[in-house]
Design a protein around this ligand. Structure first.
Ligand code: GUN
Ligand code: ZN
Length: 426
C-alpha cells in the first residue's frame, strides 16, 4: 500500500560542500511504497499518481532522511557521561569493566534494546556499532536491529592484549568467531557485518593479520577501527610498532586499509597518512562530542573533505556525550568554528545522513530522500522548545529555520520516525 507524506521534504541533489546550499531542495510531498521512496515532488502530481494513498501531513515540519550514526559503541550505553578521564584511563576505568558485563547474554540483550530505543527516539535510523569481544553482544545488536527492521552494521570488537583477561580473545579465535558471525549475519535482512579490530594497541600483529586475511576473503564487508584519536595513543602505537612509518601504516601492513575501511577519529594525522587515505579511498568518521568530551582534539573536517575523502558523522556513544545526531552536528559546527570555518546547516544535515551513508558505502540505500532509496525518515519539529521556537520564528529561509534546532535541539524535536516506509508508534 502506497503512503503519501507532506511537509518540508529535504532532498539533496548534490554534495553541499561542493555545490553550496542549493544542493538541497525542499519538496512538498514524498510517496513511499514497499519500503522505498517511489515519488518526490508536488502534492498534486503525487496525488494524481496515487489517488488511493493515505496522506500524512507534517505541515511546517522538516521531513528528512533518518540520521545515520557511523560510529557507536552500543555496549557503552550505560557509561555515557562518565567523568574526568582521557582516552586510555577512560577505557581502563569505565569502558572495559562495563564491556565485561556483556558476557551475560541477558544483559547484552537489555543494553541493545536500550541503545536502539534511545537512538530511535533521537531520530537515528541506522547505526554502525562496535560490539564487545563476546559473540552474544553481536547477536544481541543484530537481533534487535532485525526486529526493528533497521539497516545496521556491527562487528565483534577483537582484542588480544592490553585489555583485561575477560575481554581478550586470540588471533585464531578472533578470526574464527568473526567469520562465524559474518556468515550468520552479513546480508541478512538489512544487516551487515563489519570486521572490527578495536585499535592497534589492543591487537597483536598476529591478530591484525588474521583479521586482514578475513577481510581479504570477504572484501564486500567493511572494516572499522580507531585511528589517531589522542597524541598519547599515537605515541603508544609508535612504541608498539617501531618499524611502522606511522599509525595508518600499522593497519596497512596487516591488510587493514582499503576503500571499505572506516577509521574513527583520525585527528592527529601526518601528511603521509592523509595522502595514503586519499589514495586508498578509505573513509573517516568524525565524532565531535567525543573529541571534546575526552579532550582528543579538533578534527580538520574542512581540510580532509577538500582532499576528497569520504567523511561520516557519529556520536561515538559512550565516549561521545550524546545519543543525538542533532547535538553531534552542533559539536561539529563548534569544532569547525574553532578551526576557522562556519559549516552551513546544509553541510551539517548532509554529513549526518549522506556523508555517513557514503562512508558506509550505503548511499544507494539510505541517507537521502531520493527515488529508489529506502524510506527511513526523521520528522523534525523546528519549534520544539520555547528557546528554539522564538529563534526560528525570525527565520527568513529554511536554513535559518532549521539551524536553531541543529544547535539546541534534542529528542523533543523528533516528531516522528519512519522505518522502511512505516511510521514507528510512539
Ligand atoms: N579507542 C579504542 N577504543 C575506543 C573506544 O571505545 N572509544 C573511543 N572513543 N576510542 C577508542
Ligand atoms: Zn569508538
Amino acid at each position: 500500500m502506497a503512503q503519501l507524506i507532506t511537509g518540508r521534504i529535504l532532498s539533496f541533489e548534490h554534495d553541499p560542500f561542493l555545490a553550496g546550499p542549493t544542493a538541497a531542495k525542499i519538496h512538498d510531498a514524498v510517496l513511499v511504497e514497499g519500503g522505498k521512496i517511489v515519488g518526490l515532488g508536488s502534492l498534486a502530481a503525487l496525488k494524481a499518481h496515487a489517488p488511493q494513498a493515505p496522506l500524512k501531513s507534517y505541515g511546517e515540519s522538516l521531513v528528512m532522511a533518518g540520521f545515520v550514526d557511523a560510529h557507536v559503541h552500543f555496549p557503552q550505553t550505560a557509561i555515557i557521561a562518565s567523568w574526568g578521564k582521557r582516552l586510555i584511563d577512560w577505557l581502563n576505568d569505565y569502558t572495559f569493566p562495563e564491556e565485561m558485563r556483556l558476557n551475560d547474554p541477558a544483559y547484552a540483550d537489555m543494553i541493545a534494546a536500550r541503545y536502539f530505543s534511545l537512538a530511535l527516539s533521537h531520530g537515528t535510523t541506522s547505526a554502525c556499532s562496535y560490539a564487545t569481544i563476546h559473540t552474544q553482544s553481536v547477536d544481541a545488536f543484530f537481533t534487535q536491529a532485525r526486529t526493528l527492521g533497521l539497516r545496521a552494521w556491527a562487528g565483534k570488537t577483537c582484542m588480544d592484549k592490553n585489555a583485561p583477561y575477560g575481554l581478550r580473545d586470540t588471533a585464531q579465535s578472533a578470526y574464527d568467531q568473526s567469520k562465524a558471525l559474518l556468515q550468520k549475519w552479513h546480508g541478512q535482512a538489512r544487516l551487515s557485518y563489519v570486521i572490527t579490530p578495536r585499535f592497534a594497541p589492543t591487537s597483536s600483529p598476529e591478530q591484525l593479520s588474521a583479521l586482514g586475511a578475513l577481510w581479504a576473503e570477504h572484501p564486500d564487508c567493511l572494516m572499522q577501527t580507531h585511528l589517531s584519536e589522542q597524541p598519547d595513543e599515537v605515541a603508544w602505537v609508535a612504541d608498539l610498532y617501531p618499524q611502522a612509518r606511522d599509525y595508518l601504516d600499522v593497519y596497512e601492513h596487516h591488510g587493514l586499509l582499503g576503500r571499505g575501511a572506516l577509521f574513527g577519529h583520525a585527528i592527529h594525522l601526518t601528511e603521509r597518512e592523509k595522502a595514503r587515505l586519499v589514495e586508498t579511498g578509505a573513509a573517516l568518521v568524525h565524532c565531535p562530542t567525543s573529541n571534546s568530551f575526552i579532550g582528543s582534539g579538533l578534527f580538520d573536517l574542512v581540510g580532509l573533505k577538500s582532499l576528497g575523502l569520504r567523511l561520516g558523522l557519529a556520536t561515538d556513544t559512550g565516549g561521545g556525550s550524546s545519543f543525538s545526531m542533532l547535538r553531534t552536528m552542533a559539536a561539529a559546527y563548534e569544532i569547525s568554528q574553532l578551526r576557522g570555518t562556519a559549516l552551513h546547516p546544509s553541510e551539517l544535515l548532509w554529513l549526518a545522513t549522506q556523508g555517513s551513508a557514503r562512508a558506509l558505502s550505503a548511499d544507494h540505500q539510505i541517507g537521502n530522500i531520493a527515488l529508489g532509496l529506502e524510506a527511513d525518515f526523521v520528522v523534525l519539529d523546528l519549534a520544539s522548545t520555547p528557546a528554539i521556537a522564538q529563534a526560528s520564528a525570525r527565520a527568513s529561509d529554511i536554513w535559518s529555520a532549521v539551524f536553531p534546532t541543529i544547535m539546541m535541539g534534542d529528542d523533543r524535536a523528533v516528531q516522528d520516525v519512519w522505518i522502511a516506509g512505516k511510521c514507528l508508534p510512539k
